[in-house]
Design a protein around this ligand. Structure first.
Ligand SMILES: *Cc1c(COP(=O)(O)O)cnc(C)c1O
Length: 393
């Protein structure tokens, strides 16, 4: 199977076959877990070639491993990227991508509505290394004024947690390109099935592969995708800072990716059913789902995504008490953080991602004490609705 075939394959085919060449006699159909920390050389001459950068041989699993290479080729193919690097977690992917392109004295412009871990590392960790970070709102207003000769990176995320607001990715990427910034976007919520940031002009896409790419709530993983030049720098960061993936996880990630499109399509359908049910319910004040006409970014979502995803949130009339009662009463939905798995989950942002935030910060994020975030899974939607009905009664 020639590697360049992948350019003509559709996404579902790429997810299943990219990175895996399975046309030999007696070859295993699935990718084996190459459970080894280190790899042999046939001679000192081969070792010397490697040391001189003239051979791409595997040497040590933190540097690369055949199982991980397969996962990387799949992520690259799905994102339409030249290359990808898989990492030990989404946070390892994000920190490796940022540190690959930043140095002391540089400045970052980032949208404020980010995953909590990303927000806190931009706000608290990067400044310790002399990197200044400016935050803007999702509408990107005021970005021009923050530019100076040290501005190096534009970092964003869309859709956002938990109110599913969107950033206009084409506009953000064009701004970055115009001013010579490296643009990085967290594509975890949308997945490459629904949104392809590199095609919209972004340089780098990062993922918490813990979520939809893995898809079964059984691993912690991350991925970065972009051109060869950036990915070589990202790999250097993974090698020297140590956020490399374990091959066992690589195997599970490969298995997850093979059903990504199928899962996401069904999860989108389920989420629409749940969102419409909640929108009609008298105890619910508001539903945040980009697939609903009432969502402020519905038109942008139709333009920039090929589906609306399976994350949503709703605000209970009656605030925190009512929201807690729903979360304590569900029997199909599980009360847990994280998202993107086959199981439907509910969580209260004020006790998780938005814990300890002031009323003003909560308002800025569009979160109320009665907001319940939902990750819609793959159960029969009728059971999800029955469960919500009894929990809301
Ligand atoms: C979960 C998540 C992360 C962090 O990923 P980990 O795999 O938990 O390290 C980053 N971004 C988004 C949008 C997430 O949902």
């Amino acid at each position: 199977m020639k590697k360049d075939n992948r350019n003509t394959w559709r996404a579902a085919t790429r997810a299943i076959h990219c990175g895996e060449e399975k046309h030999g006699i007696g070859a295993p159909v699935t990718t084996p877990i190459v459970r080894t920390s280190t790899f042999t050389f046939s001679s000192t001459a081969e070792m010397k070639r490697w040391a001189e950068g003239r051979s791409k041989a595997y040497i040590y699993t933190r540097y690369g491993n055949p199982t991980l290479t397969v996962a990387e080729e799949k992520v690259a193919a799905l994102e339409g990227a030249e290359a990808a690097v898989v990492t030990a977690s989404g946070m390892a992917a994000i920190s490796s991508a940022l540190l690959a392109v930043l140095k002391s004295g540089d400045e970052v412009i980032a949208t404020r509505q980010l995953y909590g871990g990303s927000y806190r590392s931009l706000r608290d960790i990067l400044p310790r290394f002399g990197i200044r970070v400016h935050f803007v709102e999702n509408d990107l207003a005021g970005m021009e004024r923050l530019l100076n000769k040290n501005t190096r990176v534009l970092y964003t995320e869309s859709p956002t947690n938990p109110t599913l607001r969107l950033v206009d990715l084409r506009k953000a990427a064009a701004f970055a390109r115009r001013h010579g910034l490296v643009s990085i976007v967290d594509n975890t919520f949308a997945t490459p099935v629904l949104q392809r940031p590199l095609a919209l002009g972004f340089d780098i896409a990062v993922h918490s592969a813990t979520k939809y790419l893995g898809g079964h709530s059984d691993l912690i993983a991350g991925a970065v995708a972009g051109n060869e030049k950036y990915m070589a720098e990202v790999r250097k960061m993974v090698i020297y800072l140590g956020g490399s993936m374990d091959p066992e996880v690589g195997f599970l990630l490969i298995r997850g990716i093979k059903t990504l499109e199928l899962r996401v399509e069904r999860q989108c359908k389920n989420a629409m059913v749940v969102a419409k049910f909640l929108e009609r319910h008298p105890r619910v004040a508001r539903v945040h789902y980009p697939g609903l006409k009432s969502h402020p970014d519905h038109a942008l979502a139709k333009k920039q995504m090929s589906g609306f995803g399976s994350m949503l949130a709703f605000d209970m009339k009656g605030g925190i008490g009512a929201a807690r009662r729903v979360c304590d009463r569900v029997r199909v939905f599980l009360l847990a953080a994280s998202l993107g798995g086959v199981e439907s989950l509910v969580v209260l942002p004020i006790y998780t991602s938005h814990y300890k935030m002031s009323a003003k910060e909560l308002a800025g994020a569009g979160v109320s004490p009665g907001t319940v975030r939902v990750s819609v899974g793959l159960e029969d939607p009728r059971d999800l609705i029955d469960d919500l009905k009894q929990a809301l009664a």
